[in-house]
Design a protein around this ligand. Structure first.
Ligand code: ZN
Length: 321
């Protein structure tokens, strides 16, 4: 499943082209979220050992997919969590010998748990400065800032960090979730596959979304808003999700005016847009973001939330359609 997702990624496509045309760089820094990083690195290893830049069906590709290609090496060694100088010594030894079955040797370095002692990066740098022919390095991180600038500057960056709404939606659909859930979670996830998978597994996500959508559809005055506020307040333990859903819906309203709505499975946005002008929706996004910041600094939820609703109603009034 993750394969389809990677194949559509632009920087992965660039790596595939480079290997297919035999002019790939020797080192790549692969930035992805933790739960897809290992799969992404395995996929890229197949690209580097395949004679056709990752055809997906040859012996090299299949062995690489299984994590059993004799010319693909995984670090840290022995299932340890963090890289060490010993790992780099092992890499250095491996680079001295020829590949077993293919034409390249590939080193997968999972540096997503960066150790406090980062001496290994300095040692790796020496190898990257003069990489022996036919040796390729994929350094996986969740955040490139964890690496020395001197390392990243010697590598091509492969960014799989943020995905599009439709990529995430399709991923969730392929995983067997309903079109409605897939859309709602893709919308709220804001391009993060790990947040989307968490959202879709959480049964309250849709209830929270619906509570917010109902409120935005029906709150036309302070008086009628009370019951909707009460309904949303039930989820105050999950205020991040509550506010993310609200922000995502306001962003959808802006999209509605620009002719690019993402939600196709329900008509919530069309109805909410009857209450909010484009200008109002933009201002509401800011208001929601501010409430988010206030709540992050442990301010009382009810106070912040009541204030948020008042401001939204006020904006709705002063930025008419
Ligand atoms: Zn292949």
């Amino acid at each position: 499943m993750i394969t389809g997702l990677l194949e559509k990624n632009k920087s992965v496509q660039a790596v595939k082209r480079a290997f297919a045309l035999n002019h790939a760089a020797h080192a790549f820094v692969v930035q992805a979220e933790q739960n897809i990083l290992a799969d992404a690195l395995i996929y890229l290893s197949s690209v580097a050992v395949c004679d056709n830049g990752g055809c997906g069906s040859c012996v090299n590709c299949l062995q690489a997919f299984n994590g059993r290609h004799p010319d693909v090496f995984f670090y840290p060694l022995n299932g340890r969590k963090t890289m060490s100088v010993d790992d780099i010594k092992d890499i250095l030894n491996e680079t001295q010998t020829a590949p077993t079955i293919g034409k390249n040797k590939v080193y997968i370095i999972n540096a997503s748990t960066v150790s406090a002692v980062q001496n290994w990066q300095g040692k790796l740098l020496k190898i990257l400065e003069e990489p022996p022919e036919g040796n390729y390095f994929f350094i996986g991180v969740t955040n490139t800032a964890d690496l020395f600038d001197t390392v990243t500057s010697r590598a091509i960056r492969v960014d799989i960090a943020k995905l599009s709404f439709s990529q995430i939606k399709n991923y969730l659909l392929e995983s067997g979730y309903s079109p409605r859930s897939a859309e709602i979670c893709a919308l709220i996830s804001d391009g993060s596959i790990s947040s989307a998978t968490e959202l879709v597994a959480d049964t309250t996500t849709e209830s929270i979304y619906q509570s917010v959508a109902n409120a935005l559809k029906n709150m036309t005055s302070t008086r009628v808003s009370l019951s909707f506020v009460a309904d949303m307040t039930r989820y105050k333990e999950k205020y991040k999700l509550l506010l993310s859903a609200m922000e995502a819906l306001f962003a959808e309203v802006v999209g509605f005016y620009d002719g690019i709505t993402l939600l196709k499975e329900n008509k919530d946005v069309t109805i909410i847009a009857q209450n909010y002008s484009r200008e109002a929706a933009l201002r509401c996004i800011e208001i929601v973001e501010n409430a988010y910041k206030e709540l992050a600094s442990y301010v009382n939820f009810n106070m912040v939330f009541d204030n948020l609703i008042l401001k939204i109603l006020e904006v709705r009034y002063i930025c008419p359609k």
